[in-house]
Design a protein around this ligand. Structure first.
Ligand code: T5A
Length: 212
């Protein structure tokens, strides 16, 4: 039987990586085989693209059109080499960001036409639509306070997109909420302001509905 494809979306610092990890553990405890993936990245090609997109590894400014296509390229590779084979082998796939990130960040954030982003996404994903998309919603300010704390504790630096103005990140957050209204049967909005355990319990109750 085909596994379930579960994606996490949301603005910066909303807790996607934390919650994806907790969900993987819960799915495994429930007896499932699970694969965790992240975007951009998740394959050698995708991780190389991540270095360019996040940390300016190409050494030149990336134009917005290139940005769209690099995210799509990373995704195309991940879908064909990792996600679809895993789902077909009966494993659940938990993906930390997926195509909705392009619609939210490059569409609503950068201002590219939404329908154009959806067409590019369709080309990249080869029919791999998530069974459920968990949108972790949190105020931009709260997300940035969390990230700031992490950077302080780990001495890490702000990446290229984190450095965008707050108004950009507000557009992204509102864009996500718009996408959730457009596809209510796939999206579940999770209030991500609570502590990680409370948020994880709510996510688990929604994911169980999809597993049944
Ligand atoms: N992007 C990506 C695009 O523009 N277009 C695309 O198509 C795609 C795929 C990826 C960047 O690329 C952009 C979006 C991003 O800017 P990334 O490094 O993968 O960047 O970063 P993000 O996906 O944004 O992940 P973050 O690490 O910024 O945040 P998360 O994963 O949402 O949050 P998490 O779990 O790492 O937590 C952040 C901090 O908060 C704490 C954690 O311990 C951690 O320190 N935390 C909480 N604190 C309090 N309460 C809670 N409930 C907490 N949950 C976590």
């Amino acid at each position: 039987m085909r596994g379930k494809f579960i994606t996490f979306e949301g603005p910066e610092g909303s807790g996607k990586t934390t919650q994806a990890g907790l969900l993987v553990t819960r799915l495994q405890e429930a007896g499932g085989e699970v694969l965790y993936a992240r975007e951009p990245g998740g394959t050698p090609t995708g991780e190389a693209i991540r270095q360019i997109l996040q940390y300016d590894k190409a050494g030149e400014p990336i134009c917005p059109e290139t940005e769209v296509l690099l995210f799509a390229a990373s995704r195309a590779q991940l879908v064909r080499h990792v996600i679809l084979p895993a789902l077909e082998a009966g494993r659940h796939v938990v993906c930390d960001r997926f195509a909705d990130s392009t619609t939210a960040y490059q569409g609503y954030g950068r201002g590219f036409p939404i329908e154009q982003m959806l067409t590019i996404n369709d080309f990249a994903i080869n029919g791999a639509q998530p069974d459920i998309t968990l949108l972790l919603d949190v105020e931009v300010e709260t997300g940035f306070q969390r990230i700031e704390k992490r950077h302080r504790n780990t001495s890490s630096t702000w990446d290229r997109i984190e450095r965008e103005a707050r108004v950009f990140h507000e557009k992204v957050r509102n864009g996500y909420l718009e996408l959730a209204r457009r596809w209510p049967s796939r999206f579940v909005i999770i209030d991500a302001r609570g502590n990680p355990e409370t948020v994880s319990d709510e996510i688990w109750s929604k994911v169980r509905d999809v597993l049944d």
